[in-house]
Design a protein around this ligand. Structure first.
Ligand SMILES: *[C@@H]1O[C@H](CO)[C@@H](O)[C@H](O)[C@H]1NC(C)=O
Ligand SMILES: *[C@@H]1O[C@H](CO)[C@@H](O)[C@H](O)[C@H]1NC(C)=O
Ligand SMILES: *[C@@H]1O[C@H](CO)[C@@H](O)[C@H](O)[C@H]1NC(C)=O
Ligand SMILES: *[C@@H]1O[C@H](CO)[C@@H](O)[C@H](O)[C@H]1NC(C)=O
Ligand SMILES: *[C@@H]1O[C@H](CO)[C@@H](O)[C@H](O)[C@H]1NC(C)=O
Ligand SMILES: *[C@@H]1O[C@H](CO)[C@@H](O)[C@H](O)[C@H]1NC(C)=O
Ligand SMILES: *[C@@H]1O[C@H](CO)[C@@H](O)[C@H](O)[C@H]1NC(C)=O
Ligand SMILES: *[C@@H]1O[C@H](CO)[C@@H](O)[C@H](O)[C@H]1NC(C)=O
Length: 403
């Protein structure tokens, strides 16, 4: 090869590398829609309109596209990012988006009917919930002011959400509805321990959802799985403070779909009121099922109720505990769960008198309680667990005490 030819080749490769670096530092998208093209994007300003316009262009693009939001703090009144879109979209959040402090209604940022969405960046969705929490009494009253969920994913398929932070949501941080093949990876969710109803990620009516390598610290359930949650993997998640990882509550409403195929794996749960639990309402509105649920390799640190099946879940006495739940729970496995408890009742398996739990396996449990309220115990009712390996405490060692 001649020197001219080879130096030309080197120059071309260098140019390609440079191009690749400048146009496309993080995204593999064909076209980038920098937000600054849609207005004077100065930190502190409201970018609601610029975002809506950038979305319109990205969504109608016939080539894969990226929306890039730069670093800095910006205000967003409301963001509804709707598909279907013509190509995959990369939504890159570099900065912080702030919700209005007084926002009401049930949504702030919504992604809807999109296939192949990537939501990424080191950015923050700041729900600014502090003022709203004081007014939140929805856990006690059905007729209460509706507060917005920070991030909604409705009917999203084949998509990934990574590295973002959700901070101080007014209501749930993230709600997943009607999605299929959606992964949350390296997501950070933060709200104070005493913030009401700030569930981390709530999933309902969705298939193949994975939550991996994430950290959730909040005032309610870290992760909750509602009816119709199927093939859900929760791996390498740290939860706490909060109310733990929960399946349910189920059975409050009619027309609920089954829950099946849940794996909670390699998680650490710290300083929470519950560890892993399945909860169903007594006096269920209709019958239903929850099956094939595994909880394995979990570390508990100072958790009040580490392992819990509660088919008499009835917060604030909103129901009649005497009428048994009509949700059938089966094929549950609790395996290799270690650590410390904050109360002596480490394991509670409270199943329905009407439909006892089937095939509940409990193995390799090693929990300790160092408090002053007596020895560590385990209570069971309407269940005959299949026991293996280490049993600390001894499974079903003490009688069930009706609350
Ligand atoms: C995308 O492709 C469709 C059909 O091929 C065409 O009608 C439309 O104008 C294209 N949109 C853009 C923004 O080029
Ligand atoms: C699930 O979504 C991911 C991310 O978009 C994609 O790479 C993968 O191919 C999808 N899986 C299936 C089975 O479609
Ligand atoms: C999570 O977000 C909070 C609030 O922005 C921040 O203080 C914390 O450092 C973040 N944690 C991780 C692991 O990124
Ligand atoms: C969940 O994990 C199982 C077993 O490791 C795997 O086969 C499946 O693809 C995973 N599902 C999702 C949605 O990641
Ligand atoms: C969980 O973390 C381990 C290492 O700590 C890693 O090997 C594994 O791939 C991770 N799994 C997922 C699904 O992120
Ligand atoms: C769990 O973590 C261990 C090491 O920490 C790792 O080897 C294993 O692959 C992880 N399991 C999953 C399903 O990620
Ligand atoms: C658990 O909570 C206590 C009291 O709030 C706190 O002092 C401790 O640091 C927390 N533990 C961990 C591991 O975060
Ligand atoms: C354990 O949790 C309780 C609250 O449930 C808290 O008061 C206590 O400080 C925690 N203890 C430790 C050692 O973190």
């Amino acid at each position: 090869m001649s020197t001219i030819k080879s130096s030309f080749l080197v120059a071309t490769i260098l140019m390609l590398l440079l191009l690749d670096f400048t146009v496309d530092a993080q995204s593999s998208a064909d076209v980038v829609f920098p937000l600054k093209r849609y207005g004077n994007i100065v930190p502190g300003t409201d970018i609601t309109k610029a975002l809506a316009n950038a979305w319109k262009d990205a969504c109608t693009s016939n080539r894969s596209s990226a929306i890039v939001i730069p670093g800095g703090i910006y205000k967003v009144k409301e963001g509804i990012f709707k598909g279907p879109c013509n190509s995959p979209i990369d939504f890159q959040l570099g900065g912080t988006l702030q919700a209005p402090k007084s926002l009401q209604g049930d949504n702030w940022i919504t992604f809807e009917h999109i296939d192949r969405l990537t939501l990424s960046g080191e950015g923050v969705f700041d729900g600014q919930g502090k003022a709203a929490w004081k007014k939140n009494d929805c856990h006690k009253h059905i007729n209460c002011a509706q507060l917005p969920i920070s991030l909604r994913f409705n009917f999203i398929t084949n998509s990934i959400v990574k590295r973002i932070t959700s901070l101080d949501s007014k209501n749930f941080h993230i709600n997943v509805l009607g999605c299929n093949n959606l992964t949350f990876h390296n997501v950070n969710i933060t709200a104070p321990e005493n913030s009401p109803n700030t569930d981390g990620i709530h999933i309902g009516r969705s298939n193949r959802i994975a939550i991996t390598m994430s950290k959730i610290a909040t005032g309610d359930d870290c992760i909750s799985l509602g009816d119709g949650s199927k093939q859900i993997n929760i791996t390498n998640v740290t939860c706490g403070p909060g109310h733990g990882i929960s399946i349910g509550s189920l059975g409050r409403y009619t027309n609920e779909e089954p829950v099946e195929g849940v794996i909670v794996n390699n998680c650490t749960i710290i300083n929470t009121t519950n560890g892993v639990r399945i909860k169903t309402w007594p006096a269920s509105a209709a019958s239903g099922t929850a099956t094939n649920m595994q909880f394995l390799d979990i570390i508990m640190v100072n958790v009040s109720n580490p392992i819990l099946i509660d088919q008499e879940y009835c917060p604030w006495n909103q129901c009649n505990r005497k009428i048994p739940s009509k949700i059938k729970i089966s094929k549950v496995s609790f395996k290799n769960i270690r650590g410390s408890c904050a109360t002596p009742v480490a394991i509670k398996l409270i199943c329905s008198r009407h439909l006892p739990c089937d095939e509940v396996k409990v193995g390799d449990i090693d929990l300790t309680y160092n408090g002053i309220n007596g020895p560590i115990t385990s209570q069971c009712t309407n269940v005959r667990p299949i026991i293996s390996g280490k049993q600390n405490p001894k499974i079903c060692s003490s009688p069930y005490v009706v609350p």
